[in-house]
Write a protein that binds this ligand. Structure first.
Ligand code: SAM
Length: 266
C-alpha cells in the first residue's frame, strides 16, 4: 500500500527504531538534514522544500497542536464513523507520529502507517520498542502515485502548506480506499479574523499582517494555506458520498475568556 517506492522506502519494522536491514542507505539520506538559520529541515525530496522545520522546536509545536485539536474535538482522534475493526489506516504527513500511535492503540486490528518526508521524532527517545506493534512509518512523498492500497481510512491533518495538488491527493485517497472506506482531513484556514474588533481595525494589526504575508508567500510557491474551507468541495468532486464537513473555531492567544476555548487556544 501507500506511495510508490513503498518497499524501497519502507523505513522500519513496526515501530520505527527497529532493525535497518536493507534500508540503511535511504535512512542515511533521509537523515542527512540540512540546517538553515539554526533550524533543521527535511532531507528526503529536499527539492520539494516543504517549508517548515523538523527539529525539536517544531516537534514540540506539533505535540501542542495534537493536544489542542484533540481537546477541541472532545478527545476524539477522528470524527468519521469508521468500522470497529479496520485493517488499514494511512496517516498522510504523520509528523511526530503521535496520532498514528494513538490510533494503533485504539484499533489493534489495524496496521497504521504514518507517511512523511522525515521519520517521526519527538525528542530523542520517544519512538522506541514500546511503540505499538501495529504502527509503522514510511519515508515517502504522498504526492507520488500510490500503489494499490485497499485502505479503510486515509487521514490527513494540518497539511496546509504541504500539498501541491489537493484535488489529486484526495482523488488518490478515493482510488485507494476499500469499498465503504473513509477519508478524513482536519485542516486550517490559516487566515485569522477578529470577533472583537471591526475588520478595518484588526487588519491594521501586525498579527493580521503577518498571517496575510505568510499566506501570500506560500501561495506564491503554489501551496494553499487555507485548505479548510475548500475541503468539502474537493472531496465532493472526487466522487465521495456521505460527506460531512464540520467547522471549529480556534482562538488565538492566551487572552481568551471562555474556559473551554482557553484550553484550545493556539
Ligand atoms: C504541519 S505537519 C502536520 C503533522 C501531523 N499530521 C500532525 O497533525 O501533527 C505537516 C507534515 O507533513 C509532512 N509533509 C509535507 N509534505 C509532504 C509530502 N509531500 N509527503 C509526505 N509528507 C509531507 C511534513 O514533513 C510534516 O511532518
Amino acid at each position: 500500500m501507500a506511495a510508490a517506492n513503498y518497499q524501497d522506502d519502507d523505513f522500519s519494522d513496526p515501530g520505527y527504531g527497529g532493525s535497518l536491514s536493507d534500508t540503511t542507505t535511504i535512512e542515511s539520506a533521509a537523515l542527512n538534514y540540512p540546517f538553515e538559520y539554526g533550524r533543521r529541515y527535511h532531507a528526503y525530496m529536499a527539492e520539494k522544500r516543504y517549508g517548515l522545520p523538523n527539529d525539536i522546536a517544531q516537534q514540540d509545536r506539533l505535540l501542542r497542536h495534537h493536544d489542542l485539536i484533540k481537546t477541541r474535538l472532545g478527545g476524539r482522534l477522528i470524527l468519521a464513523p469508521i468500522q470497529e475493526h479496520p485493517q488499514r489506516i494511512l496517516d498522510l504527513g504523520t509528523g511526530i507520529g503521535l496520532w498514528a500511535i494513538e490510533m494503533a492503540d485504539k484499533y489493534p486490528s489495524a496496521e497504521v502507517t504514518g507517511l512523511d518526508l522525515s521519520p517521526p521524532e519527538l525528542g530523542e527517545s520517544f519512538h522506541n520498542e514500546f511503540d505499538p506493534v501495529n504502527v509503522r512509518y514510511i519515508v515517502d512523498d504522498f504526492e507520488k502515485d500510490w500503489v494499490d492500497a485497499n485502505i479503510d481510512l486515509v487521514f490527513g491533518r494540518f497539511l496546509a502548506g504541504s500539498v501541491e495538488d489537493w484535488p489529486r491527493l484526495i482523488q488518490q485517497s478515493y482510488n485507494n480506499l476499500k469499498p465503504g472506506g473513509w477519508v478524513e482531513f482536519q485542516d486550517w484556514d490559516t487566515m485569522i479574523y477578529s470577533t472583537a474588533l471591526p475588520a478595518e481595525d484588526f487588519e491594521r494589526s501586525e498579527l493580521w499582517t503577518f498571517h496575510r504575508d505568510t499566506v501570500a508567500l506560500q501561495e506564491s510557491r503554489g501551496r494553499n494555506m487555507r485548505p479548510g474551507p475548500e475541503l468539502e468541495k474537493w472531496i465532493r468532486q472526487s466522487g465521495f458520498e456521505n460527506i460531512r464537513a464540520e467547522k471549529f473555531s480556534l482562538p488565538l492567544g492566551p487572552w481568551v475568556q471562555d474556559d473551554k476555548l482557553e484550553v484550545s487556544c493556539i
